[in-house]
Design a protein around this ligand. Structure first.
Ligand SMILES: [Zn+2]
Ligand SMILES: [Zn+2]
Length: 741
């Protein structure tokens, strides 16, 4: 029996038990277990065939002990019996006590058992089929025992159960993987086990090479979504993917703008580009288009058809996701987590079987790992991909697809996008109101209060819709207490305060950088090239910085004369030397508009030494911000051994800003540090550290990370216009004077 069958059995057990003995903690737990089974990403029948085998039996106990460690032993035991034999003693006991049709009807969540009795007496309803006929005829709502809304809910339930039964409950093979014995024998089983089992963050350290950092994951996700909507006919994945990802990188820019800008500042025009809301920018299915397609389909079916139930799809469409259906990233990817080991997608469909068949045929799929009525796991043809930001998927990269019908979309999405901590808090809230929140909806007894949209469920629970990035069990409460403010968006950022040009290791000229910054809608850009300590990139000495800044003065002069409201800040990314002094003289720094101080060498030093070096930078009156403060490189290098609290406290004391570096591999500060900064009132500056004009678009990766920490406009220094930023810095300098004493 596969996961769906097992889940169904547990659910029936719960409902029948409720019928016979009334609701109890045990019925709740059985229901919860039924839901958990549906979400398991490893087919339980791996264990079933050999459950009598002692060794594998022990594996089964261990597996259930892991996934169901928070359940009553009675429930785990009933589950174990069901996995091994297809039924349990508990089920047999309660099923004997009722008529056979009732066993079926017990699965309809919208009905309680009193209602089942009523329906039997009043309408002769004995099974799902007769109930369906009665609802479709409108008999229930006419009786005035049921509202027409409830009647529709019951129908929804039945359609859903039918879809589930049609595809899910045939027993037998649901996976092309090895037999259970092979799986257990393989060495990688341990780690895979944990990976499959946790639907949350991968249990991998952030420097694990198997992780894909979020910018690459987004590019990959964009490609997958486009393939599922409109599969390419050619089978050359490498070429397709390559073309796609190079477009992903460049889609933020207009080449004409750069050509015009080459050396001819006077010709720079102001380009207006609609700024992206980061949450909309993620995966580009257009809501509006979807709505139109849906309407067109409705019209068609109304006009033409006698309607075969699965009919009406345009003939040449062979994508896995219908033009009018949703596909959205869920899980860690949906929350823009720093790095992910797998990509999860929720697909709207009432025909998961066909959708999954088509996914399995997609060009990017290597093999099917596991499959169920509402879940499909595949591995990626990773060798074919080169990701835009220097990276490849690894052999460990998994793609998980979940299916949901329209009427449970909101509940499924909420469940799959929350961490367990966030979900448990919502469940508790529901319980306090005497309700039950499940991955299929919010229920009061048998009445469904909400399932179609996330907003509706939050609303019923007395909450505003919590942005998906906050569903991590970290700062939701802070955010709610603050009155649910708008989180930061890319459009809020007015300038970029860390960039490199071809004066050192950037590939673009200052003019190109300015043109691109303007095209993205920014008002100022700090040119912060390297100092001489970074020899390999031609870092500049004091005299060279004087010439660099003269050039910038000239550039600003031209911009002014052209009537262009844009400002280039005379900046530096000054190295913090071994003794904590800086790589430029104070007399030199005094002329700068903006100074970022960073470590580039000796990153493996002891915490005490690193701390002394940073202290030197904090005490220098000309330093404005600390660049890439923890020096982590995702997938490569763990953060330095520097204490985040020390950084935040020193920044507060000396009036400095802390940088959130938006380079996709850095995203440094990490989320926890951003939260600490916000709580200490230390403003953050979100910078790209751009080494080419295209990098200036990376601001949005920084913004995604900032949203996870709950940052708003007020928390971010460069979400201010230039004049306000100047004011903020003056205030911070005064603070710095006080801090030194
Ligand atoms: Zn740097
Ligand atoms: Zn830099």
């Amino acid at each position: 029996m596969n996961n769906v069958g097992i889940s169904k059995k547990l659910e029936q057990t719960a409902r029948l038990l409720e019928f016979c003995e009334g609701p109890s903690p045990l019925t709740d737990e059985l229901t919860r277990a039924a839901e958990r089974v549906l979400l398991l990403e490893i087919p339980l029948e791996f264990f079933a065939s050999a459950a009598s085998d002692e060794r594998v039996g022990a594996e089964l106990d261990e597996a259930l002990g892991f996934w169901f460690r928070d359940f009553f032993p009675d429930v785990v035991w009933a589950l174990r019996e069901t996995v091994a034999t297809g039924t349990s003693a508990l089920f047999e006991r309660v099923a004997r006590a009722v008529e056979s049709g009732v066993v079926e009807l017990a699965r309809v969540r919208t009905l309680d058992m009193r209602a089942v009795g009523f329906l039997r007496d009043a309408f002769g309803v004995r099974d799902l089929e007769s109930l369906k006929r009665a609802c479709e005829a409108g008999a229930l709502s006419r009786s005035r025992e049921f509202s027409s809304e409830t009647e529709l809910d019951i129908l929804d339930d039945i359609y859903f159960l039918n879809a589930l039964d049609k595809d899910g409950v045939r027993d037998g093979k649901t996976s092309k993987r090895e037999s259970a014995a092979d799986v257990f024998a393989s060495e990688s089983f341990g780690s895979e086990f944990v990976r499959f089992a946790s639907f949350d963050e991968p249990a991998l350290p952030l420097d694990d090479p198997n992780l894909i950092f979020s910018a690459n994951a987004e590019a990959l996700a964009d490609f997958i979504v486009s393939e599922l909507r409109n599969p390419t006919k050619k089978r050359d994945v490498a070429a397709t993917a390559k073309a796609f990802v190079s477009e992903f990188v460049s889609k933020e820019r207009i080449d004409a703008a750069r050509e015009q800008a080459l050396g001819v500042v006077g010709k720079i025009r102001r380009f207006f580009v609609p700024r992206d809301n980061p949450t909309n920018a993620r995966l580009r299915w257009e809501k509006e288009e979807r709505r139109r397609a849906r309407e067109a389909r409705r019209r068609e079916s109304r006009d033409g058809a006698q309607g075969g139930s699965n009919g009406e799809r345009s003939e040449n469409w062979d994508g896995a996701v219908a033009p009018d259906a949703r596909i959205e990233a869920v899980g860690p990817l949906g929350r823009s987590t720093d790095a992910v080991a797998r990509l999860d997608f929720l697909i709207e469909t009432d025909d998961p079987k066909t959708a999954f068949e088509r996914i399995k045929n997609a060009v990017f799929v290597k093999e099917t790992l596991a499959e169920d009525a509402r879940f499909l796991a595949v591995s990626l043809r990773q060798e074919a991909f080169e990701l835009p930001f220097n990276g490849r998927p690894t052999p460990e990269t998994r793609l998980f697809f979940y299916a949901a019908t329209e009427f449970v979309w909101g509940a499924r999405k909420l469940y799959l996008s929350s961490t367990p901590t966030h979900w448990d808090a919502l469940r508790k809230r529901a319980e306090e109101r005497g309700w039950r929140l499940t991955s299929l909806g919010l229920y009061s007894g048998a009445r469904r209060l909400g399932s179609r949209t996330e907003r509706r469920i939050y609303e019923k629970l007395g909450l505003p819709e919590i942005p998906v990035e906050l569903r991590e069990g970290r700062v939701e409460n802070d955010w709610l207490e603050a009155g649910a403010p708008e989180l930061l968006t890319t459009a809020d950022l007015r300038g970029d305060l860390h960039s490199h040009s071809n004066f050192t290791d950037g590939t673009g000229s200052l003019e190109e950088m300015v043109a691109e910054a303007r095209r993205l809608g920014l008002d100022y850009l700090a040119a912060t090239d390297h100092t001489k300590n970074v020899v390999s990139v031609g870092g500049m000495n004091d005299a060279e910085f004087a010439r660099y800044w003269d050039y910038i003065d000239e550039l600003n002069g031209v911009l002014r004369r052209e009537g262009i409201d844009f400002r280039v800040l005379k900046g530096a990314e000054v190295d913090i030397l071994d003794d904590g002094s800086l790589d430029l003289k104070d007399e030199t720094l005094a002329r700068a508009d903006w100074v970022v101080a960073s470590l580039h060498f000796g990153l493996d030093q002891s915490p005490e030494r690193l701390r002394r070096r940073y202290e030197g930078a904090f005490r220098n009156p000309f330093v404005d911000a600390i660049g890439h403060p923890t020096e982590r490189i995702i997938g490569v290098k763990a953060p330095m051994e520097v204490d985040v609290d020390f950084l935040v406290e020193s920044a507060a004391r000396f009036g400095k800003l802390l940088e959130l570096n938006s380079q996709p591999r850095r995203l440094d500060l990490p989320v926890d540090a951003l939260i600490a900064a916000k709580r200490a009132g230390v403003p953050v500056v979100i910078s790209t550290d751009a080494h080419s004009p295209t990098h200036l678009a990376y601001l949005r990766f920084g913004v995604e990370q900032a949203r996870r920490a709950g940052l708003t406009r007020a928390d971010v220094a460069n979400a201010r216009a230039f004049a306000e930023l100047t004011e903020l810095r003056a205030e911070l300098r005064r603070q710095s004077e006080r801090g030194k004493n």
